[in-house]
Design a protein around this ligand. Structure first.
Ligand code: SF4
Length: 202
């Protein structure tokens, strides 16, 4: 069995393990920051995440089944989350005329204001990233896209709306850049998207 990246004797001799351990610390930072935001507004972390998602995504993604896949949760758990947000007056349900069981979730004015406010929960993470040189930002972005793509391909995380999983995406070929057939343009690394509204699943 290969060594664990959390085995300190091994980790301290191994750059890859230090990177894995660092990513674990960063995921902990996300949890802490989100938890702090949740406590301040008497909401759960998933309620905050759903509000932020609703603020920035189109109607076809603002449905219980899509949210369940997005957050790797059951439909029942997401339905409970939506019920609570509804009771708190942060969302409203807009039933579809052809199917009274299916609805689009809309933010209310109060929900929108709260979503805008809480969507800044990552501000502390932004501080050191803003200080990086452009080339370092580009390298970091490329490395993270590679990690996310692998996690998606191996089934660890589900829905991805990034270029590398999009039908419109063409890989760099013979010295060419990445290319988007929808935008009909080359994509340099900073142009690659992590969450694209036009993403079309392969
Ligand atoms: S449509 Fe969006 S996700 Fe797809 S390749 Fe173009 S920019 Fe990337």
């Amino acid at each position: 069995m290969s060594k664990s990246p959390f085995d300190l004797a091994y980790q301290n001799q191994n750059t890859e393990s230090k990177i894995v351990a660092s990513l674990e610390r960063i995921s902990q930072a996300f949890r802490v920051l989100l938890w702090n935001e949740s406590k301040e507004h008497s909401l759960s972390p998933i309620q905050i995440q759903v509000l932020i998602f609703l603020l920035h995504h189109s109607e076809e993604k603002r449905k219980v089944s899509y949210l369940a896949e997005e957050f790797n949760m059951t439909k029942a758990t997401i339905s409970d989350t939506i019920k609570t947000l509804d009771k708190k007056g942060l969302i409203k349900k807009e039933y579809e005329p052809h199917d009274t069981r299916s609805y689009i979730i809309q933010l209310t004015k109060t929900g929108e204001t709260l979503a805008k406010q809480t969507s800044h929960f990552t501000d502390q993470l932004q501080v050191p990233i803003d200080k990086l040189q452009d080339a370092d930002k580009e390298n970091l972005l490329a490395a993270l896209i590679g990690i996310i793509h692998h996690l998606n391909q191996s089934g660890v995380i589900t829905i991805q709306r990034m270029c590398l999983t999009c039908s419109h995406y063409r890989e760099p070929n013979g010295g060419q850049q990445h290319f988007c057939t929808l935008l009909n343009q080359n994509l340099s690394t900073p142009d690659l998207r992590i969450d694209c509204p036009e993403h079309l699943l392969m």
